[in-house]
Design a protein around this ligand. Structure first.
Ligand code: CP
Length: 333
């Protein structure tokens, strides 16, 4: 598995289907060992730096706990306490941190900046750079989603997975989760439905790439504004982000983020996930959500706390997939 060593993890499209499958195999193995209390000292004495421009619960802690469980150490860096907040370049930050440790990871979701910042760091870093979510991609989330689906269904081909999501390029919000999902799932032969109201389209290049992936691997991609179609007979539904929040688009730091009601999102409150809509789906449908969920606006408690919800399994798998990616890229085995 040395072909993973020192590679960057910015976008799952940079890895072949077989490589993603290897990541899943290692994730399942690490999950089993964690459950059995078996030590996994694959990254002893390895150090990584986690730079966060925005808040996190799952991503930060899956990386920190994960690397500790592998025998290494992760240092958390709030970008507002770093010299990047005074304008230090991605190049200088990447070169310096590379000389202190064995990997750099970064979350930077600011529209138009995040992916560029990560790509620039990757250009100069001498160690793997991992994307903890940018404006365009959230590869750790999509990998954990895929693991959770495999765990629940085994065979993924011909499963109808509906991503019911409200993002538009014009809205200048991060599109990282639906983009990563709509690109990845067709590579596993799934029938992917992307449903949103008119005017909330993902960029054309995303849909074109998703359809190309579907054609290559035997999946399908359908884009619709028909919510009922998305729910009907679905095996997996992923409705997200009708919450009434939006973060500051200009600030570099979490401290600069402001919470305001987003009128454009509120106009589509009717797209909330309800028990009534879930009843249209397959009897064994699962409800997924990357979390955090807005229980007031996105989903009824009866759904997210109900028998079809697998959100906590999905969140737990963030730990195991994070450990797998760190192990493979940082040369753990
Ligand atoms: N899903 C996810 O990335 O969660 P956090 O924002 O808590 O890291």
């Amino acid at each position: 598995q040395s072909f993973f060593r020192n590679r960057h993890f910015i976008n799952l499209e940079d890895f072949t289907k077989e490589e993603v499958e290897t990541m899943l195999e290692v994730s399942f193995d690490l999950k089993k060992k964690f459950a059995m209390g078996e030590p996994t000292p694959y990254l002893v004495n390895k150090t990584m730096f986690l730079i966060f421009f925005e808040q996190s619960t799952r991503t930060r802690n899956s990386m920190e706990a994960g690397l500790a469980q592998l025998g290494g150490h992760a240092g958390y860096l709030d970008s507002s306490t770093m010299q990047v907040s005074h304008g230090e370049s991605a190049k200088d930050t990447a070169i310096i941190l590379s000389s202190f440790g064995h990997a750099i990871a970064c979350r930077y979701c600011n529209w138009g900046y995040g992916n560029k910042y990560l790509t620039e760091m990757a250009r100069w870093a001498k160690v793997p750079v991992m994307n903890l979510q940018c404006d365009l991609y959230h590869p750790f989330q999509a990998l954990a989603d895929l693991m959770t689906m495999k765990e629940k269904f085994g065979k993924l081909e011909r499963l109808k997975v509906s991503i019911i999501w409200a993002y538009a390029e014009s809205h200048k919000k991060p599109i990282s989760v639906p983009v990563s999902q709509v690109l990845l799932f067709p590579r596993y032969g799934m029938d992917v439905v992307l449903a949103h109201p008119k005017g909330w389209e993902l960029p054309d290049w995303v849909i074109a790439q998703a359809k190309a992936n579907a054609e290559k691997y035997g999946g399908t991609v359908t884009v619709t504004d028909d919510e009922e179609y998305a729910y009907r007979n679905a095996h997996i539904v992923i409705p997200k982000n009708w919450g009434n929040w939006v973060t500051d688009q200009t600030g570099l730091t979490a401290a600069g983020a402001v919470k305001v009601v987003d009128e454009k999102l509120m106009a589509h409150k009717s797209w909330k996930c309800t028990e009534e809509k879930m009843a249209l789906a397959d009897k064994d449908v699962v409800y997924m959500h990357a979390l955090p969920a807005d229980r007031n606006n996105e989903v009824e408690d009866a759904v997210i706390d109900g028998p079809h919800s697998i959100v906590y399994d999905e969140a737990e798998n963030r730990l195991h997939t994070a450990k797998a990616v760190m192990t493979l890229l940082m040369g753990g085995r």
